[in-house]
Design a protein around this ligand. Structure first.
Ligand SMILES: [Cu+2]
Length: 161
């Protein structure tokens, strides 16, 4: 290898790492620094979220933690939290979710409608998801997409101020 070739390879590697660093910076832009604020939500066999409303500042980083208690097996009673960008999508989303049993009732085709979603949790399980609250103040609907739960009233509001 000549010195010239070595220099070229060196330059190439330097550029690669510069682009990689720029990529990371872009992905984190707009997200506030520091640890996420933990918000705990409980769900049980009554198919209600407690609390059913969560307040957040615009752009705040949150870690949403869902704790499930149940006397039933997970196949019969499980919960998640799916926060939607538009409240008007809630019925459509819940209906599509019923058919999405292979993806834990979170339809892959509707990912663009979702701000954040936890995994599905059964009796004794805790799941969490970290996300950044929308920059636009308003009320964002969240729901449980386990079949039948939204129509039974399992929903809540993320209120962004
Ligand atoms: Cu549920």
């Amino acid at each position: 290898m000549t010195n010239r070739q070595r220099r070229r390879i060196g330059l190439y590697l330097a550029l690669c790492s510069a682009f990689a660093t720029a990529g990371v910076a872009t992905a984190q832009r707009g997200a506030p620094a520091g640890a996420a604020r933990v918000v705990e939500v409980a769900a049980a066999d009554n198919m209600r979220f407690a609390p059913a409303s969560i307040e957040a500042k615009a752009g705040e980083r949150l870690r949403l933690r869902l704790k499930v208690t149940s006397a039933l097996p997970k196949a019969a009673m499980a919960h998640n939290i799916v926060i939607l960008k538009n409240a008007s999508d809630a019925n459509m989303y819940a209906q599509a979710a019923m058919l999405a049993n292979t993806t834990n009732y979170v339809p892959a085709a509707l990912q663009s409608k979702v701000i954040a979603a936890t995994a599905l949790a059964g009796a004794g399980e805790t799941v969490e998801v970290e996300f950044v609250a929308p920059a636009t103040p308003g009320s964002y609907t969240f729901l449980c997409s386990f079949p039948g739960h939204f129509s039974a009233g399992m929903k809540g509001l993320l209120i962004v101020k």
